[in-house]
Design a protein around this ligand. Sequence first.
Ligand SMILES: [Zn+2]
Length: 281
Amino acid sequence: MKFPATMIKIALALLVLLALIGPLAVVPPAAALDIEGPASEPDNPPDPAAPPPPGGPTALANPALGQSLPPVGDDPLGAFSRRPLEGRFIIPEGGTFLDPLRDDPHYGVDYACPDDYLNGLTTDFYPVGPGYVTARSSCVLCFAEGDSHGSVTERWPRHNFGWGGFVLIETPYNASVSIYIMYAHLARDFVSLGDYITPDEAIGVVGNSGYSQETHLHMEVRYGTPGRFWNADFSQWETLDRWLATMFVNPAWVIFPDNHYAFVAALDEWTGLVPKAPDLP
Ligand SMILES: [Zn+2]
């Protein structure tokens, strides 16, 4: 009689133990672990066997290579639909592209939020479309030549040729063309090299770094062959030359959906001009 009773006690003890540890031992679904993945999974993950692209001190592979834009309806640029700031002023007035009032060409549009900085507030900015952080400079030494009160006496041409702290976002349009959007004069940014970012999350704080006299955001849109600026050092003349050799466009082409057709036409035309590798026999 004693032997079965002992067995029952052991069995009961095991049951209690299982009931206690059972909930802890549940394995979460794989998706729940993927908290650091991109907001939307790219269709074509990069080939891990492919060699890393040239340039840059890291051995990281450019995550933008081999990707394409997530389609939104009939508009290939449908994921671009916002300004970098929330309904704020545009400087020059009206968002004039290639401002004729400046001595040098101005290849972008400047955005500012005077209400914020007059009230001592900072202004976050957003990417106007999805993409990958392909280059960034946090501009740690941007104000090194200032005086003890923080006034900057000389900014040009140091610090990334006047851009100061910036992030450069690469959006792959197709296998031959990437869109590059630079956000410059930043106070700080919230991103890392290779991050996939989307327009619904702020990526940095508007600042006054580099060649800038007021707190504002400089946004510049260009396009060219993919992977041209992966981890590029924008303090180097060769990078500047490469940047200026890309095609530049009015940012209104990506910001306002009514204008997307013009940009799509330009991208598609340029795609046809890019030399292709000869077909294998
Ligand atoms: Zn500007």
